[in-house]
Write a protein that binds this ligand. Structure first.
Ligand code: UDP
Ligand code: MG
Length: 140
């Protein structure tokens, strides 16, 4: 398996409940390394651009409002097979379906307020990393 980088967000429901450390620990325990990280507060417009792939979905407005409701932690995770591994550690979108021990099983509040985002493919990982970080901010 190749060394990969993926994009991750700790979402507002988790920053609000002071869970960033516990969530980062899950990634680190799985062998993923944080190679870039920042805490930011998205505007509705920025949230909408990030999630533009979902703009026709019925939950889009609510999703943007949620993502702009409190700070997020944007991060780049690196490791062997990092894209799939991150998705595995996150668990299923709906916490009711998430496997035991995953971040969403332990921390998510609902299908919308589900604590983390993770890129789903190499192309989206590259686009999402570039949306949030400059090359200078990827420090390894
Ligand atoms: N979402 C939602 N309702 C749904 C499905 C998704 O509010 O029925 C939100 C949820 O926050 C999810 C995000 O939209 O994480 C993006 O959806 P996606 O299907 O890409 O799930 P993910 O890749 O985050 O598991
Ligand atoms: Mg997705």
């Amino acid at each position: 398996m190749a060394l990969e980088r993926t994009f991750s967000i700790i979402k507002p429901d988790a920053t609000r409940r002071n869970l960033t450390g516990k969530i980062v620990a899950k990634f680190e325990e799985a062998g993923l390394r944080v190679v870039a990280q920042k805490r930011i507060h998205l505007t509705m417009e920025q949230a909408g651009e990030f999630y533009s792939v979902h703009k026709e979905r019925p939950f889009f407005g609510e999703l943007c409002e949620f993502m702009a409701s409190a700070p997020i932690v944007a991060q780049v995770l690196e490791g062997e097979g990092a894209i799939a591994k991150n998705r595995e550690v996150m668990g299923a979108t709906n916490p009711a379906d998430a496997a035991a021990g995953t971040i969403r099983a332990e921390f998510a509040e609902s299908v919308g307020e589900n604590s983390v985002h993770g890129s789903d493919a190499p192309e989206t990982a590259a686009t999402e990393i570039a949306y949030f970080f400059s090359g200078l901010e990827l420090v390894g």
